[in-house]
Design a protein around this ligand. Structure first.
Ligand code: NAI
Length: 334
């Protein structure tokens, strides 16, 4: 029986990198059947809905998806599909590994860390109000439940992956109640993991420390907004956002997607780097218990070592299609 997986191409470069990723996954001949569904701006244009009912039903039924980026207008219009999806299915843990691949010229090729970002609360709860045309409020929501489950997920992961240190990032010196609660809960959860060292760093200092030497960090546990910002910062340290994968995990469901957005500036030009979605697919294979996830990562590491095997964002000249075809060949040699 084939495992059914929902494929959500999304907007902008989404369909191009999803096409590349499904081709790459097909070449591995795994027992999967991909069911394509619409989400985001493209779904809205086709059906008048950002998250059509068919898409929600498929996700509910199959509990696993690989997703391309979706476009969110700034300052007006609909709220983010991503935030909506994560809240709708309670995908509370956002895992974003950051690792240098294939000698790409970058600040810190030796980085190897993972960010555990709380994915449903914080300022992303979307509770905003207009007091007057000249005064807007946004409410920051932090709960014991939300903080406990992300802290437990982070410490469990650290324990099972031989990670010695967890760095908890907040601004608890200023936001004493909200960030204070997140930090207090992290400390409580840490008590159950005496073998793991815990370090507490404030978000502003963390940004500086990461730019000075990110190799000092193994696992960063943080809130929604800080995690979002830190993951882009970390992607920059390893050579760019085209290399950064992610996973949104709930109790019985998971959606795998890159950190980057829909890149409207290069959409439809066969220029996008599909690596972040390849690596998100590799995380999906890990989640499903297939060893091929590691094969994808190993192949990528050696494939990218040749500067001729790089897309434009990494200083190369390959199109999305040529990059993908070359990668599939390299994968078959492994
Ligand atoms: P972006 O990540 O789409 O683009 C930032 C820069 O990185 C652009 O120059 C783009 O060309 C480049 N880039 C991104 N991914 C690339 C790839 N795979 N290959 C080569 N170059 C790549 O961020 P931006 O411009 O801030 O956002 C564009 C749209 O994406 C917005 O509507 C935003 O809301 C949405 N977005 C969606 C996300 C998601 O669906 N998970 C995450 C982040 C942003």
């Amino acid at each position: 029986m084939k495992r059914k997986i929902v494929a959500l191409p999304g907007d902008g470069i989404g369909p191009e990198i999803m096409g590349a990723t499904l081709k790459m996954l097909d070449s591995l001949e795994l027992p999967f059947e991909f069911i394509e569904a619409n989400i985001g701006q493209s779904a809205y244009d086709a059906t008048g809905e950002l998250m059509p009912q068919r898409t929600l039903d498929l996700l509910e039924e199959h509990k696993i998806a690989i997703k391309g980026p979706t476009t969110t207008p700034i300052g007006f219009g609909f709220t983010s599909v991503n935030v909506g999806l994560r809240k709708h299915f309670d995908l509370y843990a956002n895992l974003r590994p950051v690792r240098g691949y294939g000698d790409i010229p970058c600040l810190f090729p030796a980085v190897n860390l993972i960010i555990f970002r709380e994915n449903t609360e914080d300022l992303y709860a979307g509770i905003e109000e207009e007091i007057s045309p000249d005064e807007m409020h946004s409410i920051k929501v932090i709960t014991r439940k939300g903080s406990t489950r992300i802290a437990e997920a982070a410490f469990d992961y650290a324990k099972t992956h031989g990670i010695e240190k967890v760095t908890v990032v907040t601004k608890a010196n200023i936001m004493k109640k909200t960030d204070g609660l997140f930090l207090a809960v992290a400390r409580e959860v840490a008590e159950d993991y005496p073998e793991i060292q815990v370090e507490e760093v404030l978000i502003d200092n963390m940004c500086m420390q990461l730019v000075l030497d990110p190799t000092r960090y193994q696992l960063i546990l943080t809130e929604n907004l800080y995690g979002d910002i830190l993951s882009d910062l970390c992607a920059g340290l390893i050579g760019g956002i085209g290399l950064a994968p992610g996973a949104n995990i709930g109790t019985d469901m998971a959606v795998f997607e890159p950190v980057h957005g829909s890149a409207p500036d290069i959409a439809g030009k066969n220029m996008a780097n599909p690596t972040a979605l390849f690596l998100s697919a590799a995380m999906m294979l890990d989640y499903l218990g297939f060893e091929e996830g590691e094969r994808i990562r190993r192949t990528l590491h050696s494939y990218l070592q040749n500067p001729q095997n790089r897309t434009r964002d990494l200083g190369g000249e390959l199109t999305t299609t040529a990059f993908t075809d070359g990668f599939i060949k390299a994968l078959q040699l492994r």
